[in-house]
Design a protein around this ligand. Structure first.
Ligand code: SAM
Length: 429
């Protein structure tokens, strides 16, 4: 199947389906509610390619749907690649994988083994950075897709895909003898908990494939190593002398990566990479989270700042506070405040505070109505409310005014801050 999809016949069918599907989506965007219809698309394929096997037609249809999902997420090559559903969900974003590949290159790496390469996004990023890649994948269909994807991007000369199980001792020994660094992106799917034929995500590092203990033992044999992990990874899993990097893309926290000491050439312990419109900004600290000095805490000022999730997960809020001369509003709450307008920063959104009040639905409704606010965006932290539910239950009378409402707690007391409707623009926006 994969070979056919990558062949000239398969590519011709994919091209046709893409054109018909793009046209249907264009019509849908102009108001034609029935334009996007899988059955119509299947009929169009059958009419244009009357001798085409139905299974191949269905495979082409699935690929075009997955390419549409991948567009905008996986980078400029998304429309040339082949996917499986799980493979696409687990694939690294190219912009993130390329930053990682840059860190390997900066550490002097010339060849890398990508253990569990999936459909190959990390392998492709390494090879685009000029690093020779041996990519290992145990699923035959996924391995074939990784191979086809390397060819589609034009990097097959320095990217070899091997179908094998990386935990097989002979495979591993042979692979390690060929490369000078390792990258590992374990499958974070729990096959045991398959629901509706699809596996579920698991947060337990020992349930990943390969499991975390296997990865840690591998780092003893091959110290130039990093592993992609779930963003919820605890700080304690960072090895001594290593570094964990949390990355967000346009406000979404997408991954974390643990690097062992030999790859941590920058000598940092925790790093937040915030990518906005393809531009990466880095904030880091050389000390562990437990060693972090206590940040200053104080009453709410004229501005409230909401740090990016990568900054929060990396435990770098105090580092950010120091940089922008701000203070915490509560030691347990991830909001900062300052009296003066903070300098623009990609690491946070800043809202001007117009009014602060002890929170109750009634008091908030009264204050908003008095201000002529009819539309609100509700944000919250460290308090068990559902922002959408609050917004609906406010039942504000119709009015022109807009506001952002931040609801949180100071100590045990709930507070609401009525703020300007939009965050002050961050640089580049
Ligand atoms: C998270 S995905 C990799 C995604 C990849 N980094 C990308 O950006 O496209 C993990 C892959 O590891 C493979 N895998 C899991 N355990 C493996 C093993 N023991 N040997 C080889 N591959 C394995 C899975 O089949 C899956 O395709």
């Amino acid at each position: 199947m994969v070979e056919w999809l990558a062949s000239s016949d398969g590519r011709a069918v994919l091209e046709f389906v893409t054109v018909v599907d793009d046209d249907a989506h264009l019509r849908a965007s102009r108001g034609d509610a029935s334009a996007v219809d899988a059955l119509k698309l299947a009929n169009a394929i059958a009419k244009h390619f009357p001798d085409l096997d139905r299974g191949l037609a269905a495979a082409a249809l699935t690929q075009v749907q997955l390419r549409r999902k991948a567009a905008g997420r996986l980078g400029p090559h998304a429309s040339e690649l082949l996917y499986t559903r799980d493979g696409l969900e687990q694939a690294s974003r190219l912009v993130v994988a390329q930053l990682r590949a840059g860190r390997y290159r900066d550490a002097g790496v010339e060849s890398v083994a990508d253990l569990g390469c999936g459909i190959g996004l990390d392998s492709i990023a390494f090879s685009l950075a000029g690093i020779a890649v041996t990519a290992i994948e145990r699923d035959p269909t996924v391995a074939a897709i990784a191979r086809a994807n390397a060819a589609a991007v034009g990097v097959s000369d320095r990217l070899t895909v091997v179908e094998a199980d990386v935990t097989d001792p002979d495979t591993l020994t042979l692979t390690l003898s060929r490369v000078d660094a390792i990258f590992l992106d374990p499958a974070r799917r729990d096959i045991a908990s398959q629901a509706g034929g699809r596996s579920q995500r698991t947060l337990d590092p020992q349930a990943w494939s390969p499991p975390w203990s296997w990865a840690a033992a591998l780092a003893e044999r091959s110290p130039r190593m990093a592993a992609k992990v779930a963003p919820g990874i605890p700080h304690e899993l960072t090895p001594d002398g290593g570094c964990t990097t949390w990355t967000s893309v346009d406000g979404d926290l997408v991954e974390a990566e643990v690097a062992w000491p030999a790859l941590n050439t920058a000598g940092v312990r925790r790093r937040a990479v915030v990518i906005r419109r393809d531009v990466a900004h880095e904030l880091s600290s050389a000390i562990s989270l437990e060693a972090e000095p206590r940040a200053s805490i104080g009453t709410i000022g004229n501005w409230i700042m909401e740090p990016d999730d990568a900054v929060i997960r990396a435990g770098l809020i105090a580092t950010l506070a120091e940089r922008i001369d701000a203070r915490f509003i509560d030691p347990q709450v991830a909001y900062l405040t300052s009296d003066d307008e903070p300098p623009p920063s990609p690491f946070m959104a800043a809202f001007r505070v117009d009014e602060a009040l002890p929170y109750s639905l009634d008091s908030l409704r009264r204050a908003l109505t008095a201000r002529g606010v009819g539309q609100v965006v509700v944000k919250k932290r460290a308090i068990t409310i559902d922002p959408d539910d609050v917004r609906k239950r406010l039942k504000l009378p119709k009015a022109e005014g807009k506001a952002t409402v931040v609801i949180t707690r100071i100590g045990t007391d709930p507070w609401a801050y009525i703020c300007a409707p939009r965050a002050r623009a961050i640089p580049d926006e």
